[in-house]
Ligand binder design. Structure first.
Ligand code: SF4
Ligand code: SF4
Ligand code: SF4
Length: 298
């Protein structure tokens, strides 16, 4: 049994808690609601103690089930409406807030920094983006994903704004005395060659960093790192791949680009043809205007 009501917490009522919007609490019947939650400030990661709270709330106020959404929100289905305030209070104390639905910036999705394939960390910048832009009202939903390498496990390629980390490979004097060829075998693009003790990274390199991990002798070293930014992808009834807007951008440039994309999307989105209510997705605005005109500030 959860211990509660042991102190007075300034807890605003449902509907006026910052970030609690009707869209986050889906009424599925007269007496039950689905509660979609995420952690703040960093919403793609939950502590063990937050997961304990989720378990207790789901068991006490819901049906004991928890659903992990594709964008890593935790949904507690079938919470009894009469218990909603108390459920929200327990979650609120644990740093868990309703959010992640509707026409807004959805949960920011990042790879874990501890992945051995990651070429540069993405969680901190994901947190900054979450802090600055998370839940911002938009003409339609906007998804943002950060990937720590080209593999794109966080689905940056068909998301509204996809950010993919990249790393250059450097070799001192291009010399390799080992000749194990592990780098060549690891490269998915046949972009590294070892011939007569010389290593050459060719123009086909996509900066995925795989050969860096494969080289056990320290011959290949990581050079500069940065991000590739893709804009205008989407999933759903129609699927689009994002178009590369820029590459080798740094953290601050990523923030600037995201800010500009969101502002321009707010200003330039029109109603969908035939609809009096639904606005275009970001990909539709870009298809209509072209990337250059879309990214121009008014
Ligand atoms: S995209 Fe790369 S860094 Fe991210 S989880 Fe996949 S393999 Fe790891
Ligand atoms: S970074 Fe990736 S693409 Fe470039 S040479 Fe290494 S394995 Fe190949
Ligand atoms: S993996 Fe490293 S040591 Fe092996 S051939 Fe390539 S550069 Fe040389």
């Amino acid at each position: 049994m959860m211990k509660r009501e042991t102190f007075n917490l300034e807890m605003p009522k449902v509907g006026i808690i910052k970030g609690v919007l009707a869209k986050d609490i889906e009424v599925v019947g007269e007496k039950v609601v689905n509660l979609r939650t995420c952690a703040r400030p960093y919403r793609n990661m939950y502590s063990a103690s937050q997961l304990r709270t989720i378990k207790l709330v789901a068991e006490e106020y819901g049906s004991g089930k928890v659903h992990l959404s594709p964008r890593h929100n935790l949904e507690i289905p079938e919470v009894r409406q009469k218990d909603l305030d108390r459920a929200l209070r327990e979650l609120y104390i644990a740093g868990l807030f309703p959010g992640g639905a509707g026409t807004s910036v959805r949960n920011i999705f990042t790879c874990p920094d501890w992945c051995s394939s990651s070429v540069r960390p993405v969680q901190e910048i994901g947190m900054m983006v979450s802090h600055n832009f998370g839940d911002r009202d938009m003409p339609n939903k906007v998804t943002i994903s950060f990937a720590g390498c080209l593999n794109g496990c966080s689905r940056p390629y068909n998301t509204d704004i996809g950010i993919v980390a990249m790393a250059e490979v450097v070799v001192d004097g291009n010399v390799c005395k080992e000749g194990c060829r592990a780098c060549m075998e690891s490269c998915p693009f046949d972009a590294v060659e070892v011939v007569d003790g010389r290593v050459r990274v060719t123009e086909g390199c996509q900066y995925c960093g795989r050969c860096l991990n494969a080289c056990e002798y320290g011959v290949l070293k990581k050079g500069r790192t940065g991000f590739r930014v893709l804009i205008g992808g989407k999933e759903g009834s129609t699927v689009r791949f994002g178009v590369e807007y820029m590459r080798w951008v740094d953290d601050f440039e990523v923030l600037e680009i995201i800010d500009r994309v969101l502002r321009n999307y707010q200003e330039k989105a029109a109603l969908r043809p035939g609809s009096t209510r639904k606005r275009e997705r970001l990909s539709e605005v870009i298809e209509r205007l072209g990337m250059e005109a879309f990214m121009e500030d008014n």
